[in-house]
Structure formats: C-alpha cells, structure tokens
Design a protein around this ligand. Structure first.
Ligand code: SAM
Length: 256
C-alpha cells in the first residue's frame, strides 16, 4: 500500500544504516531527499538506484504536495535527510503533516540520531530530577546565532533541571560554549561529542570552564560536527543557596 517511510540514515559511518532501512530503500518506488546529490551517493554506496525527489527546507511545502501526488498514484515513498533522523533539526515535519492530512500512513524507520548517540555516553550527573523520573533531558538543537537572542534563550533555561542537548557547527562552537559557561555557570558538566561515528570521533567530558580551555588549546578540537550536553541546574544547590539567603536575612533583621 502507498505510504511514506521516514528513514534514518548514518551520521558519518556508512555501516550504521539498519537492515530494515536498506530493505525499505530497496522496495520503495521513489526516494525524497534533502539533497539529491548527497543521497544519490549514499544510495549508490549500498547499490541502490531510485528516482529521487528534492525535498529540502526551502521547498518543503511544494515537495510535500508532489509526494502526496505520487502517493495518490499508488507509490511507496521514502524520505531521507542529509544525515541521521529526518525531522530532528532537519526538514521532514511539513511533509509528514501533508502526507497524514491526505490520509496516508507515515512509517518511521528508526536509526542514527546524533543527540541519542551523545546522550548514550553522557553518563550520570547531567540531569537533576524533580520528581521520581530519571535521565530526563531537553533537546534544544541549534541556538539562535544572534548574541542577544541566544542570551535570552539561555537565560530562560538557567533553572532548567534536566540535561540540555545542543547541536552546533564548528565555526560557532567556541562562542556557544563560552555563552553557556557565562550564562548557565562555568562549573556545570559539559559533554563535547564531536564527529560521532567518524574517523576523528572525540568524546570529552569536563566542566564548562575546562571545556572552553580544552577547545581553545587546539584548533583541531573545534573542527567537525558537535553535540553539546550540558548539566541542568542543580535544585539542591539552589535550595541551599536560597536557605543561605534566608538565614542571612534572618540574621540581618535580628541583629542589633
Ligand atoms: N537529523 C540529524 C540527527 O538525527 O541527529 C541532525 C541534523 S542537523 C542539520 C546537523 C547537526 O547534528 C550538526 O551540526 C551536529 O550538531 C549534529 N551532528 C550530526 N552528525 C553528527 C556527528 N557525526 N557527530 C556529532 N554531531 C553530529
């Protein structure tokens, strides 16, 4: 039956494609792709050749309409983004909406995702739990590039207790880690997950202050693709800090 298969592809290492993804990509009639040149190369690596349809950020509405037309003609279609899971800091959401509105099934074919890969090696201590939950996290993705907008967004996260996950580009990573350190506090834990699954893969865990120094120490460490995981605000420290304030107020009011 006609359906849209939303297929995750590798985030670097070509061996990370799933068997099911290969099966689906082999079976479908057409592959809609964020970048048809990249995707043609990716498919060729697995010996797959399919008619391609360009569906990127700038034509997503129009591409969605074309995908629906092909589905109405009885086709099965796969959608892949440049890397990882479509719809996560990548196009895909508008296509899914249009396909569902037209009455067709949207079937996820899960696989690689940079944020899940980074979180899987973050370890303990990044998330401070409010209720009895464990390992909560908030995915932020790319921060705004403008200084003021970025500061406003980070300020709004200052008391957030869960681990926060950011995506960042090489030319902005230093600036971003510096902003995180200044606004959220330099002693929080930071996980720098760089070039995951690739040749120069590097996972470094430190405080934000140390992480900044580590990045500055060698320009090579600022190259590639980054996931940053930052420790959430520690409610214990906040309450002890506010208890401290209360005690101080009490002393001040009662002192002669
Ligand atoms: N849809 C993708 C996913 O599922 O993770 C994310 C696409 S987004 C346009 C690209 C960003 O994801 C990069 O700037 C980087 O922050 C992160 N990323 C992608 N691949 C990565 C890798 N191999 N190592 C570290 N971060 C990666």
């Amino acid at each position: 039956a006609s359906a849209l298969y939303v297929v995750a592809t590798p985030i670097g290492n070509a061996a990370d494609i799933t068997l099911r993804a290969l099966h689906v990509l082999t079976q479908v009639d057409r592959v809609a792709a964020e970048d048809t040149r990249n995707s043609a190369q990716l498919l060729a690596r697995y010996g797959i050749a399919k008619p391609l349809l360009a569906a990127h950020q700038h034509n997503e509405h129009e591409a969605a309409a074309r995908i629906v037309t092909h589905l109405q003609a009885g086709e099965r279609i796969a959608y892949i983004s440049d890397a990882g899971t479509p719809g996560i800091s990548d196009p895909g959401a508008k296509i899914v909406d249009a396909v569902r509105a037209a009455g067709f099934a949207t079937i996820p074919i899960p696989g690689c995702n940079a944020l899940a890969a980074a979180l899987s090696v973050a370890g303990e201590g990044f998330s401070h739990e409010v209720a009895n939950t464990q390992g909560g996290f908030t995915f932020i993705g790319f921060l705004p590039t403008k200084f003021k907008q970025r500061a406003v967004q980070l300020q709004a996260l200052a008391l957030h207790p869960h681990a926060m996950v950011f995506y960042e580009a090489p030319h902005r990573v230093l600036e971003t880690v510096s902003a995180l350190s200044t606004i959220l506090g330099s002693q929080r834990q930071l996980l720098i997950a760089r070039e995951l699954t690739k040749l120069h893969e590097n996972v470094h865990c430190a405080t934000l202050a140390e992480g900044l120094i580590w990045l500055q120490a060698d320009p090579n460490r600022q190259r590639g693709e980054f996931v940053l995981v930052v420790e959430g605000a520690n409610p214990a420290q906040q309450s002890s800090a506010s208890q401290h304030d209360e005690l101080l107020q009490l002393l001040l009011t009662h002192m002669p």
